[in-house]
Design a protein around this ligand. Sequence first.
Ligand code: PMT
Length: 408
Amino acid sequence: MQILQGKKILLGISGGIAAYKTPELVRRLKDQGADVRVVMTEGAKAFITPLTLQAVSANAVSDSLLDTQAELAMGHIELAKWADFILIAPATADLIAKIAAGMANDLLTTLCLATAAPIAIAPAMNQQMWHNLATQNNMKTLTSWQYSIFGPGAGEQACGDVGLGRMLEVHELVTLTCQAMESMNNDTSKAKPLAGQKWLITAGPTREAIDPVRYISNHSSGKMGFAIANAAQQLGADVTIISGPVSIATPPHCHKIAVTSAMEMHQHALDHAATSDVFVACAAVADYRIDHIADEKIKKSHDTMQLNLIKNPDIVADVAAMKNKPFTVGFAAETQDVEHYARDKLARKNLDMIAANNVAAQGQGFNSDDNALTVLTASDEKVLPLMSKSELAKKLVQHIQQTLQKSQ
Ligand code: PMT
């Protein structure tokens, strides 16, 4: 099914180098069934031509507030009313500042004031500009106004710097737009059975440092944990994700705590678990960490070397051992005797539920888009066959909710 079928998306483009990706963004949004209209700032036109965006969107591109002809065709107020959703990508530091100041001195900023549609922005700027207090304060303002913030991502930047500030990739922006629209549909058409509940979810891998440049980790992408977070949020839960290093976007309206090591994840999980109703431990936590992290890069001076490892605390077991523990769901990533080992973890870690995940089977498990689970409690077993992680997450969240209800 095309998630954006019949949806009217207004894409606002401001003047950053990432604007060159927007024709592709328009095409992928249209692939999902959206009708896309483009509004460009003057700066955007220095990076990409209106003609290109008109060709890919099959709609006239708007770029001026004071153009009499444009106002005759579709005036700025009509445009603001037309949109079901406004996505601004890339959103420069300058544009973000203007919106946060409530300015309306060009078409795009005026539309932001004049629309009742939800607005998402995908920041794109130099990493130093992103970290600047002015930008961060402007972002806080927009977040407090319920703007959705898509990104930014980290990595190498056009200016040669490395860090946070890259516009998210086109496929990530499309996924987040679909998730935001789905959550809007749910807002108006579906009940929110998880309203009032706090869900705490661990996701992604952990990294255990060996020296300043090396670490031990695993192949977890965070996709499964983030899909669970999104599914729970869409059903009304207040969701916090504690995530190891991942390169996927945080689902809309979920709060993410970024961590690196198992010890950090443990600390944050215990800090938040007591006030959570449900804890889902989907992260692939390193079982061991390096006994002593070298201060300097270890030299290649021997043919063999040994690393001394010590056991990390078991996060899910420690949460399950709390006096007022949340309903605690673990995962069991296994390559053999999957159900047997999962049942052992369910009992040994005192969990309420465990999702047994065969990570040796083709096309599922770590870093895949699909997965299959066998969900076990002490008295019940439910098989969730191979499907997309987002569909699987919805079914798992429903199952957790039903089991939790029965247990109360
Ligand atoms: O992130 P993806 O690429 O989408 O992949 C998803 C996944 C395969 C990582 C996910 O579906 C999954 O199976 N997660 C559990 C991974 C794991 O570490 O399993 P485990 O069997 O080693 O651990 C058992 C449980 O204990 C898990 O809930 C784990 O989060 C938890 N644990 C483990 C060690 C530790 N020190 N603390 C923990 O809380």
